[in-house]
Design a protein around this ligand. Structure first.
Ligand code: G6P
Length: 602
């Protein structure tokens, strides 16, 4: 996730770009940069870290009078957060900003290098500007060169390009990453979301995937694969607070809805036709490794548990999971044939970081799965895989959990292939299921309104048990954690086969059981466990693709062939349930009492 702003007009461009980027800083703040052409001359500034650094760097620069300008705030995916890797990226006479991932950049880069092009950064983005200039050197037609460039890109992008070859024009293209165009008289704005242009533009057009074109002389020319097309604008919202949440009531709600999209980002360039590839990893990391230990806290611990089922079952590698705060003081016996994995959304959780340092002192190789590049845990680890969930604002983690779990599933297949513990047929089945995940994460109106209706029945009682078996046990733990974090009601996650060894003593009509009953994994076994609870009068909310007649309430899911698709679909149901219960109880969904997003104390 990165943020983009663009502007053509007579106003002070630096201020428009910096104010706009400020609104988008939530999308990433590894570095920021702006490029402006006025009087046919290019100027640019970049700074690493928060936007304030760029403000400080540009304080003496002024840019009033007609010109074109683009700006970017970065969330690193390819290459470290350095000034060279910061956008805008420059060619000889042009600049580009980009949000998304160009999947075939390596191939394009190699071709351009063979033509003698020199690259300055490690980013995928830089290929765009060189490709544009390469075509321009052949045909001297800016728009033609830009369309040819866009034609060559595979993957997700929202991109803006300016060039001394057309000093009064901004070229734009969108596919898979958000971008809109704002209008106010002859002034034209571009941005990744509404907020940077609210209060400046009055009309807006939300670009569709596959659209591209250029803005010049107060006009926008729009194209797609069928050629030039007309479009109509609509009035721009005026409420900024609402716009930051993209119209959702809470950040948590927005983040639940975003999961489908960010999951695609997590997979781009990694889920290939016949295998998983992580450019962050190589076989050397796994040399001599016969065992995996994963350490994490909170929600990240639940994704770790899910991963341990996958790693042992599919990759056939022994895997233990530890809560970081426990691990630190248990005087653990560590062997150097163990790969030590830490999982953290923030990359700053004190217990997880300390656990990692302990493992490193014992000489273990380390890998982190993290959402924040350049965080302490990422810097401390030998290798890191970024989850690419984008900034998560709701304290109750949702999309971070989903993407961590996806990375662990991908890592399982990566290791399985490396250690030859998976057949190509089985791998193909897993990859196929993986590609369906974004669909399984889509929230339909029907599902959301069903959970809104159901939630009113779950506001009291003496407790909730979320139950599941196998992979669905960690999901039960996570479902219970979500509910208690934001509803303040007591909830526990439990393995359903274990209920009869104690907790079933609590069963009565005021005990709410949320039963995760996937069709593709031990259905009959779970069913028996739920029947035992129902026989003791517990109130059952069953979540399953299979109708269950003893359920008091029932949410029917769609996927029933692959456990992970069932997992992700049911995960969304539990998140929405927690959200709607919390809303009805009048709690602060995004900032629940007593909690913090990042816990940097022991
Ligand atoms: C806090 C947050 C949780 C999170 C946990 C671990 O308690 O409120 O949502 O799961 O920390 O955080 P991490 O950033 O390491 O994943």
């Amino acid at each position: 996730m990165c943020g983009i702003v663009g502007y053509i007009g007579n106003e002070e461009k630096k201020e428009i770009l910096l104010d706009g980027l400020q609104e988008l800083e939530y999308r990433g703040y590894d570095s920021a940069g702006i490029a402006i052409i006025e009087n046919e001359k290019l100027n640019y500034f970049k700074a690493i870290g928060k936007l304030q650094n760029l403000r400080d760097k540009t304080k003496d620069y002024q840019s009033s009078g007609f010109g074109v300008s683009i700006g970017h705030t970065r969330w690193a995916t390819h290459g470290k957060p350095t000034e060279l890797n910061a956008h805008p990226h420059l060619g000889k006479f042009s600049f580009v900003v980009h949000n998304g991932i160009i999947e075939n950049y390596q191939e394009l880069k190699t071709q351009l290098q063979e033509e003698g092009v020199h690259f300055l950064s490690q980013t995928d983005t830089e290929t765009i500007v060189h490709l544009f200039e390469y075509y321009y050197s052949q045909n001297s037609d800016s728009f033609n060169s830009f369309s040819k460039t866009i034609d060559r890109l595979h993957g997700a992008y929202a991109t803006l390009l300016i060039s001394e070859s057309s000093p009064d024009t901004i070229f734009f293209a969108k596919n898979g990453s958000p971008m809109l165009i704002g209008f106010d008289g002859d002034d034209i704005y571009f941005a990744s979301s509404d907020t940077p242009i609210i209060g400046r533009a009055t009309e807006v057009y939300y670009l569709e995937d596959g659209e591209y074109g250029y803005a010049k002389n107060g006009e926008v020319k729009l194209f797609d694969k069928n050629g030039e097309k007309s479009f109509s604008t609509k009035p721009l919202a005026t409420d900024k607070a609402m716009a930051q949440k993209d119209g959702y009531r809470f950040f948590m709600e927005k983040e639940i809805y975003e999961q489908s999209l960010v999951m695609s980002d997590t997979m781009i360039g990694r889920v290939l036709e016949d295998r998983i590839d992580f450019e962050e990893l190589d076989s050397e990391l796994f040399e001599g490794v016969t065992n995996i230990k994963i350490c994490a806290c909170g929600t990240s611990y639940h994704s770790a548990l899910t991963g341990s089922y996958l790693l042992e079952r599919v990759a056939k590698i022994p895997c233990q999971v530890e809560i970081a705060s426990e691990f630190r003081y248990k005087e653990p016996l560590l062997r150097d044939d163990t790969l030590f994995i830490t999982i953290s959304q923030s990359g700053e959780t004190a217990d997880t970081l300390e656990a990692l340092k302990m493992a490193k002192r014992e000489g273990l190789k380390s890998l982190s799965i993290c959402n924040v590049d350049n965080s302490s845990i990422v810097r401390e680890s030998d290798r890191a895989i970024l989850t690419r969930a984008g900034i998560e604002k709701g304290v109750a983690s949702t999309k971070a959990f989903a993407t961590q779990t996806m990375v662990l599933w991908m890592l399982t297949l990566y290791i399985a292939k490396l250690q030859k513990t998976i057949s190509q047929d089985r791998l193909d089945i897993e990859l196929d299921a993986m590609r369906h995940t974004p669909k399984a994460l889509l929230v339909t109106d029907k599902l959301h309104s069903k959970l809104t209706r159901l939630s009113k029945r779950y506001l009291h009682g003496h407790g909730f048990f979320f139950i599941g078996r196998d992979l669905f046990f960690p999901l039960a733990l996570e479902g219970a954690l979500k509910l208690k974090e934001i509803s303040y009601l007591h909830a526990e996650g439990y393995p359903s086969g274990e209920m009869k060894h104690g907790p079933i003593a609590l069963a009565d009509s005021e005990l709410f059981t949320i039963a995760l009953m996937p069709k593709s994994l031990h259905y009959e076994k779970i069913k028996s466990n739920v029947e035992e609870l129902s026989a003791r009068d517990a109130t059952i909310l069953a979540i399953s693709p299979e109708p269950f007649e003893l359920a008091d309430d029932f949410v029917q899911t769609i996927y029933d062939t692959h456990p992970m698709l069932e997992f992700f679909e049911m995960m969304v149901v539990t998140q929405l349930l927690a959200l709607e219960v919390s809303v009805r109880l009048g709690n602060d969904v995004d900032m629940p009492r007593n909690l913090a997003k990042s816990v940097t104390v022991e």
